[in-house]
Structure formats: structure tokens, C-alpha cells
Write a protein that binds this ligand. Structure first.
Ligand SMILES: NC(=O)c1ccc[n+]([C@@H]2O[C@H](COP(=O)([O-])OP(=O)(O)OC[C@H]3O[C@@H](n4cnc5c(N)ncnc54)[C@H](OP(=O)(O)O)[C@@H]3O)[C@@H](O)[C@H]2O)c1
Length: 365
């Protein structure tokens, strides 16, 4: 049995779930039996604190760190933890561990400042697993540096635990020619579009999504489409398109009447957006098509926004909060390859991270 050391940046919803998964007896036993490895946390860091042990953090210290997080504190409050947590501090702590060959650093933050640390780990022979999309959606040069080796994995960045990244990687590795990728990458917007296509008002659909807990605290973070644009950019860049986030053509789902408001005013005046959005939906319905918030990849730039789809197409049949990705390639030209399922959620996202960690462990000499 090999013990694989790992560090975790970001012990929020996804990071905590990953630690709990790795503490689950069934998960540990399966990983040990199938991959012959045991993942051992050596470093945990959040915005305010850091907890490190060069010999590995035992289960009780991880539990204490999780208890501190659950109480609204920091991992640094667990015994032996510290308060400083810049990424330079994390790097200093990692260097004290000795060789980073075979070490895995997981980025489960939503920070855009992790790239230098991630590159240092990769340069030192370590591995990186990302749930955080930002490192891959900043400068194109950073994307190239991060993905120069297969020691950087990022399955959870697109579709959470759905095998989107590994599927595209395998199509590209085996010389298939990707003609187009069409994807619904936001469960929240999928839910809102399903309600709109049923004839519900825009304001009711947005409020229902908020009440169900599907949106970010500010629903415009979902409605603006930038998160979908980041996912589309990652797929385009994997295919060699040297694009920046500003190149992605994004049309938001925020009606023009509601642009530029502060959050309370936006929420209060939501019904003022009904006429604009519902007119577009009714026009589509009158022509027998549905609307879906789609990322279209395959042209010169990705196009993200409301898109008409046929009701009996894979995307047209989508309901609820599922994500879907439709790959059309030279080999899958007439009947496309389709991947569908929940594209967000702590458990499936942590599962996507774990899949990358297991893959990395299996590829280590
Ligand atoms: N949730 C999902 O379904 C899902 C799906 C796919 C991908 N993701 C991605 O996974 C990442 C984590 O998501 P989440 O839902 O777990 O978010 P979250 O609950 O907000 O947790 C984020 C964690 O990152 C830490 N953090 C933020 N900035 C940091 C910094 N500069 N230095 C150190 N730690 C920092 C936070 O520290 P504090 O605790 O101190 O604030 C927190 O522990 C995000 O990038 C998200 O986009 C999430």
C-alpha cells in the first residue's frame, strides 16, 4: 500500500466534503483495494489559517479542523494550526516537507491568486488537482504552463463529477476531430429555463430557483453567464484555441430593464424583466422550439446564451438541474456522444476531485 500525501487549499463546501469522503471507511477501502493507495492529508489551508504536519494529519486533527470550519472558524484553530495563510506561507510549509514528487495539491478555493503556488508545486515535481476554474481561465499563458504536463488535472472544473474533461482529453488524444461541443453547464439556469419553457414568469422562475437554494446568494452571478463562459473557455483551450475570457461571446439572462441595479433593487423589481424574457420564450414556443442556456463551442469563439433547441433533441429534453454535454466529432458525427447528470453539488464535485487524485496516483511510478 502506497501512502500519497496531499494538501488542500480551501476547506469550504467542496473541500470539507472531500475530507469527509476520504474518511469514509468504504471509500478508503475501495481506493486501497483498487488503486493500492491511501491518501494522507499533510496540509489544510483556508483564507485565515493553515494546519500542517510533515508526517501527515491524523483523523482526529482533520476532524478538529472540520469542527472549527463548521463553527465558522478556520482550520488554523485546530491544535498545531497557525493563523497566517498567504499562498507564500503555504509554499514555505510545503518546502519544509521535503521532496514534492508524488505530492498532490488540491485547489478547492474560488481564488484567482493560486496560480504562482500551483506552478511552483508543478515545477517541483508535484501534482495539482483543480475544482477552482479561475487558474485555467486567467491568462492563456498560465493555462499553457499549468497544463504543460498531465500532472495538473481539472475534471471538477466543468460538470463537477461528470466525466467531461477526461472524455474530451481522450477524444483529442486518440486523434478524433471535435466538430462541436454544445453544453448546458449551469444547473441553475437549466432549472430557470425549464420553468420558462413551461410558461412561468421570469420573476417567478428566478425566485423559485433562489428558494430552492440553486442560485448563488446574488442570483446575477448565475444569470450573468460568466461561470458558464469559464467552463466553455476551458474546453476551447484544451482544444488549442488561444482565447481569453473576454473573447467568449456571452449574453446574460439579466433583462435590460434590470441592469445596473443594486441587489435589493434587482430583487424587488424582478417582475419588470418578465415582459422582455417571456416575449422571447413565447416567440420560440410559437415556432415549436424551446429555449435553453447553452454554450456553443466549435466556432471561432464560444457563444454562451439563450439558444433555441428542438424539443426532441438531447438538450431540448433536459429538465430540472441536470447538466448535459453533447460532443459531435468525426467519429460521433451522426449520433453525438452525450454526457448528462448533476453538474454541481459538493459530493459529486468532491467525487470528481477524487477521481483525478486516483488517476494521478495510478500514473505515478
Ligand atoms: N460547489 C459546487 O457544486 C462546485 C462545483 C464545481 C466546482 N466548484 C468550485 O470549487 C471551488 C470551491 O467551491 P465551494 O462550494 O467549496 O466554495 P466555498 O464553500 O466558498 O469554499 C471556498 C473555500 O476556499 C477558501 N478560500 C477562498 N479564498 C482563499 C484564499 N485566498 N486562500 C485560501 N483559501 C481560500 C475559503 O476559505 P474560508 O473558509 O476561510 O472563507 C473556503 O474554505 C470553487 O472554485 C467552485 O467554483 C464548486
Amino acid at each position: 500500500m502506497r501512502s500519497i500525501a496531499f494538501g488542500l487549499l480551501g476547506v469550504g463546501g467542496v473541500g470539507s466534503t472531500l475530507l469527509n469522503l476520504l474518511n469514509d471507511e468504504i471509500v478508503r477501502t475501495e481506493i486501497a483495494a483498487r488503486a493500492g493507495v491511501l491518501f494522507q492529508p499533510h496540509l489544510l489551508a483556508d483564507r485565515r489559517g493553515i494546519l500542517v504536519s510533515p508526517h501527515g494529519l491524523d483523523a482526529s486533527r482533520v476532524r478538529q479542523a472540520l469542527e472549527a470550519k463548521a463553527a465558522g472558524g478556520s482550520v488554523g484553530e485546530a491544535p498545531g494550526g497557525g493563523s497566517a495563510s498567504s499562498f507564500d506561507d503555504v509554499w514555505a510549509a510545503l518546502q519544509e516537507m521535503g521532496s514534492l514528487h508524488g505530492f498532490i495539491l488540491v485547489d478547492a478555493t474560488a481564488s484567482d491568486g493560486t496560480v504562482p503556488l500551483l506552478l511552483r508545486v508543478l515545477d517541483a515535481g508535484g501534482c495539482v488537482v483543480l475544482a477552482n476554474k479561475r487558474p485555467l481561465t486567467g491568462e492563456w499563458g498560465d493555462f499553457l504552463r499549468l497544463t504543460a504536463s498531465r500532472r495538473c488535472r481539472f475534471e471538477a472544473t466543468v460538470g463537477a463529477g461528470l466525466p467531461v474533461i477526461r472524455t474530451l482529453q481522450s477524444l483529442l488524444d486518440t486523434g478524433d476531430r471535435v466538430l462541436s461541443i454544445q453544453g448546458v453547464f449551469s444547473g441553475t439556469l437549466a432549472y430557470i429555463c425549464t420553468a420558462l419553457n413551461r410558461g412561468e414568469r421570469y420573476s417567478d422562475a428566478v425566485r423559485a430557483a433562489m428558494q430552492a437554494g440553486y442560485t448563488e446568494p446574488d442570483p446575477r452571478d448565475d444569470l450573468g453567464g460568466i461561470d458558464v463562459a469559464r467552463k466553455a473557455l476551458i474546453l476551447c483551450r484544451m482544444m488549442g484555441q488561444s482565447l481569453e475570457l473576454r473573447d467568449v461571446h456571452v449574453t446574460s439572462m439579466i433583462p435590460s430593464a434590470l441592469e445596473g441595479l443594486d441587489l435589493p433593487a434587482f430583487l424587488e423589481r424582478l417582475p419588470e424583466g418578465d415582459a422582455e424574457v417571456n416575449a422571447v420564450v413565447q416567440d420560440a414556443a410559437s415556432r415549436g422550439v424551446r429555449l435553453s442556456y447553452v454554450a456553443n463551442i466549435g466556432g471561432e469563439v464560444p457563444v454562451v446564451g439563450l439558444h433555441e433547441v428542438l424539443p426532441d433533441s438531447p438538450i431540448g429534453r433536459l429538465a430540472g438541474t441536470d447538466n448535459i454535454v453533447v460532443f459531435r466529432t468525426a467519429r460521433y458525427r451522426n449520433s453525438p456522444m452525450v454526457i448528462q447528470g448533476p453538474g454541481a453539488g459538493r459530493e459529486v464535485t468532491a467525487g470528481g476531485i477524487l477521481a483525478d487524485m486516483v488517476d494521478l496516483a495510478l500514473s505515478m511510478p
